[in-house]
Design a protein around this ligand. Structure first.
Ligand code: HEM
Length: 112
């Protein structure tokens, strides 16, 4: 995300002056060990409310309740309907997208 400061503002001891541009890398912010314990570890018990994936502040994603609901439904349904679902290849062979905006994989071979 890119933003332009409308007025001088201090964040983390650094002053951003009015008119200056800022590039916000929320994916990197989500992995800041000063903000999150063990940020690179999958921890399904952690508090899911404090991340930056849906943005922050007044323009935080309006669709996040729908996105959360869709993900909850898809994961629980898949797990219930196909409990033996598993990767059909080594995780190192899964082609991840080399894209700063959209994370994901090009394909995910599975078996059950
Ligand atoms: C996992 C799915 C999604 C992710 C990761 C996501 C992420 C984001 C992010 C990072 C922003 C920018 C927030 C900011 O500027 O601070 C945003 C804004 C927005 N999103 Fe999403 N989004 C998702 C799904 C959706 C869905 C399903 C909808 C609608 C059905 C939606 C509607 C919007 C809208 C309308 C805004 C603009 C809000 C504003 O500027 O006030 N998003 N989203």
């Amino acid at each position: 995300m890119r933003r332009v400061a409308r007025e001088d503002i201090e964040i983390g001891g650094i002053t951003i002056q009015a008119g200056e541009g800022v590039v916000l890398a929320s994916d990197i912010g989500n992995r800041d060990p000063r903000a999150y314990r063990g940020p690179d570890q999958l921890d399904i018990g952690r508090n899911p409310r404090q991340h930056l994936t849906f943005g922050f502040g007044v323009h935080q994603c309006l669709g996040q309740p729908l996105a959360r609901l869709e993900l909850e439904i898809v994961h629980s349904t898949l797990h219930r309907r196909i409990p033996t679902l598993q990767l059909a290849t080594d995780i190192d062979h899964v082609p991840f997208k080399d894209n700063e905006v959209f994370n994901g994989v090009y394909e995910l071979p599975v078996t059950w």
